[in-house]
Design a protein around this ligand. Structure first.
Ligand code: HEC
Ligand code: HEC
Length: 210
C-alpha cells in the first residue's frame, strides 16, 4: 500500500494532468457508492425501470441535474435527501460524479414497452423530438441535452407525462401544446420507441424488418 502511495506521489511530480484525471475518476467512483443501492452498481437503473439509468448519460446534463436536485429546483424526495448531504456542497464532487457516470457503458437491455405502436412513436419522435435529442436519441453535450436512447420505458413514460413542464423554458410553445394534446396511447408509443433507440443505431425498426 505504501509503495502505491509513493508511486502516486512520484507520478504526481512528473505527470500531474494524468494523475488529476485518474483521481477525479476514483473520487467519482467513491462518491457513487452511496448511489448504487438505488441506481445499481453499474448505474443501469432499477430492474423495474422506475429508477433511471445514468451510465453513459451526457456529463453536463448530469452536473446540471445533480445541482438542481440539491437546490430543490428539481423535486424528488429520494434524490434531494441524497444530494443534500454536505459532501455535495463541493461543486468538484458533482463534476467528478458526472464524469464517472458519463464514462460508463450504457445499459444494453433497458425495460421496454409493448412494441405495439412503434410507428406512431417513431413519427412523433422524428417530428418533435429529434431536432434536439438527435435522430438516435444520443443527446448533445454542449447544450446539455440528455441522452434518452435506451432509457427505461417506465421512467421515460413518467418523464414524458411531465415533459411539457420539463421543457418549459427551452422548447417553443407549439411543442408544449403538442405534448399536452397527445393521447395517452401516443405517449406510450413515444416512450416505447425511445427505449428502443439504442438498438436502432444498428438496425432501424420501422416495421419493414419484421
Ligand atoms: C433512494 C434511492 C436513490 C438514491 C440513493 C439515489 N437516487 Fe438518483 N434517482 C432516484 C430516483 C427515484 C430518480 C428519479 C427522479 C425523478 O423521477 O425525477 C433519480 C434520478 C436521478 C438523476 C436524474 C436522471 C435523469 O436522467 O434526469 C440523477 C442524475 C441521479 N438520480 C443521480 C444520483 C446520484 C449521483 C446518486 C448518489 C449520489 C443518486 N442518484 C442516489 C433514486 C435514488
Ligand atoms: C428544444 C429542444 C428540445 C426538444 C424539441 C425536445 N427536448 Fe427533451 N429535453 C431537452 C433538454 C435541453 C432537456 C434537459 C432539460 C433539463 O436540463 O432539465 C430535455 C429533457 C428531456 C427528458 C428528460 C430526460 C431524463 O433523463 O430525465 C425527456 C424524457 C425528454 N426530454 C424527452 C423529449 C421528447 C419525448 C421530446 C419530443 C416530444 C423532446 N424531449 C423534445 C431539449 C428538447
Amino acid at each position: 500500500m505504501r509503495s502505491v502511495r509513493l508511486l502516486t506521489a512520484m507520478l504526481a511530480l512528473t505527470i500531474p494532468g494524468l494523475v488529476e484525471a485518474a483521481s477525479s475518476l476514483s473520487t467519482g467512483s467513491h462518491l457513487y457508492s452511496s448511489c448504487a443501492v438505488c441506481h445499481q452498481p453499474n448505474a443501469w437503473g432499477s430492474s423495474d425501470g422506475i429508477i433511471p439509468s445514468l451510465a453513459g448519460q451526457q456529463e453536463r446534463y448530469l452536473e446540471k441535474q445533480l445541482a438542481l436536485f440539491r437546490a430543490g429546483a428539481r423535486v424528488d424526495t429520494a434524490m434531494q435527501v441524497v444530494t443534500a448531504h454536505p459532501k455535495f456542497g463541493n461543486h468538484n464532487d458533482i463534476v467528478a460524479l458526472a464524469r464517472y457516470l458519463s464514462d460508463l457503458d450504457p445499459n444494453p437491455i433497458p425495460v421496454k414497452g409493448t412494441g405495439e405502436h412503434l410507428r406512431v412513436g417513431q413519427e412523433t419522435y422524428t417530428h418533435i423530438c429529434a431536432a434536439c435529442h438527435g435522430p438516435a436519441g444520443q443527446g448533445e453535450a454542449g447544450n446539455r441535452v440528455p441522452r434518452i436512447a435506451g432509457q427505461h420505458y417506465p421512467y421515460l413514460r413518467q418523464q414524458i407525462e411531465a415533459a411539457a413542464r420539463l421543457h418549459d423554458d427551452l422548447a417553443p410553445p407549439e411543442m408544449a401544446s403538442a405534448l399536452r394534446s397527445m393521447s395517452s396511447q401516443q405517449k406510450d408509443a413515444l416512450a416505447d420507441y425511445i427505449s428502443r433507440l439504442s438498438d436502432m443505431l444498428d438496425a432501424p425498426v420501422d416495421g419493414r424488418s419484421q
